[in-house]
Design a protein around this ligand. Structure first.
Ligand code: BGC
Length: 453
């Protein structure tokens, strides 16, 4: 079957088809960075010293013209499942400096962004120093403005050549990823404060728990996505073509887990003190009814990754909503407020996933994404306030949380949904590329600046 975008949106499928302060940050190693955070504060509303307050972006969603990526290709297929192509996106590739300045001016102290493998290694084994220098300049801009940079090495998109050879299904994917990690860290590692190998590598398994409306009860989104693969291969005349979300979930997971381990060693061999982790898409799963398969879902989707993360320096938690689980995932309760993605408006989800990730891994938690798709910024303000109240309860109970990075800095390219969902603290006029700061940005920036609710 072909994907119906409206259905996807309605049902809320989680689809995602310094130089100036250099001395302090450059010398920061994992141990030091983490121990700094254990300072206790006196005010009931205050956060720990050095708490990271930031916003996040991902290269493909904001940079524009990521023409060597698998996604660009998929967006331009005649029967594309993408609502629209990414095009110039937010032209962050050229406007990064003003965006970084804006984030700092708002009061934040951290910026999470991804480096684009399709730019850095546009042909297999060919690494572009010019593109690596581009990301080096972005990191310098962060340091000039006192922003701690958190760098994601792979946020969904891959180079075309990698997709043509089977993407994460291919047996040499872990070694190829490790080589890329080594090159990137050698070039950028001295300015990077936190590295994440992968963004939400658990997503394909999460999709196995989502049933689309109008499809067979035993079908799931992962299978629906995978069913697109043969048509895409035919259109491209590329028999091995694959991509993160249409790949064989099990093969891809095995290779990404190996890729994480090898990638982490490559990063550490280039810069041993750099804290490395990965980020997970985590719904706040809640059991519903006596036959709930809740525990089964948690073991299936998060289990192996949380186990792997026990060896890491931190775990990135990315949460948007809750999911009630009966025999399968249930729709939001009758009458619940829904976001633009069709998710239940449920900011308390964050508190629960932080506690779960912390308990399961025992490593420090950084909230690397949390946010809400809405045209109504007043709802974003409320969402953030309630999510942060939950995060604060975690801290008060002694849970080791090191930062809150909001998704997203800018209204950006929301994968197959195109530019419709608005997750940004800042809106973007895509004709003029003019940025307009929303109330939520000012509000969260103030909290960041005060380091207190
Ligand atoms: C992804 C982002 C995406 C966001 C909102 C996360 O799953 O990491 O790329 O834009 O959710 O849908």
């Amino acid at each position: 079957m072909s994907l119906n975008r409206r259905e996807l949106i309605q049902k809320g499928t989680k689809l995602a088809l310094g130089v100036a302060v250099g001395n302090s940050l450059l010398s920061m190693d994992a141990t030091k960075a983490f121990s700094q955070n254990s300072d206790k504060t006196t005010s009931a509303k205050a956060f720990p010293a050095k708490f990271l307050w930031g916003a996040a972006t991902a290269a493909h969603q904001v940079e524009g013209n990521n023409v060597n990526s698998d996604n660009w290709l998929l967006e331009h297929l005649p029967h594309s499942m993408y609502r629209e192509p990414s095009g110039d996106a937010c032209d962050h590739y050229h406007l990064y400096e003003q965006d970084i300045n804006m984030l700092a001016d708002l009061g934040f102290n951290a910026y999470r962004f991804s480096i684009e493998c399709a730019r850095i290694e546009p042909e297999k084994g060919f690494f572009s120093n010019a593109e690596l220098d581009h990301y080096h300049r972005m990191l310098e801009a962060c340091h000039r403005r006192g922003l701690t940079p958190l760098v994601t090495y792979s946020h969904f998109t891959v180079p075309r050549w990698f997709a043509f050879q089977g993407a994460w299904e291919s047996a040499d994917a872990p070694d190829l990823f490790a080589r890329y990690c080594e090159k990137a860290t050698t070039h950028l590692g001295d300015l990077t404060a936190y590295a994440a190998t992968f963004n939400e590598p658990d997503l394909p398994y999460l999709f196995r728990w989502i049933t689309l409306p109008g499809t067979a009860p035993d079908s799931n989104l992962a299978a629906t996505m995978a069913a697109q693969k043969s048509g895409i291969r035919q259109q491209l005349n590329a028999p091995l073509f694959s991509s993160f979300l249409i790949g064989d979930a099990q093969k891809s997971r095995d290779n990404m887990m190996a890729g994480h381990t090898k990638g982490k060693s490559a990063i550490k061999s280039a810069r041993s003190s750099l804290p490395v982790g990965l980020t997970l898409a985590m719904e706040d799963d809640q059991p519903a009814g006596p036959d709930s398969r809740f525990a089964e879902k948690q073991a299936d989707v998060y289990g192996p990754w949380l186990k792997l993360a026990k060896q890491d320096d931190y775990i990135g938690v990315q949460t948007y909503t809750r999911q009630r689980i009966g025999l399968k995932a249930l729709p939001p309760p009758e009458g619940a407020e829904l976001t633009q993605m069709g998710y239940e408006f449920y900011p308390e989800a964050l508190e629960h996933t932080i506690r779960y990730a912390s308990k399961e891994t025992g490593v420090p938690v950084i909230v690397t994404e949390n946010g809400v798709g809405t045209e109504n910024d007043a709802r974003r303000v409320e969402y953030i306030q309630r999510a942060l109240a939950g995060l604060k309860r975690c801290l008060d109970d002694g849970v080791d949380v090191r930062g809150y990075i909001h998704w997203s800095l800018l209204d950006n390219f929301e994968w197959i949904f195109g530019y419709v969902p608005k997750f940004g603290l800042v809106s973007v006029d895509r004709e003029t590329q003019k940025r307009t700061v929303k109330t939520s940005a000012t509000m969260l920036g103030k909290i960041a600046n005060n380091n207190s609710l």
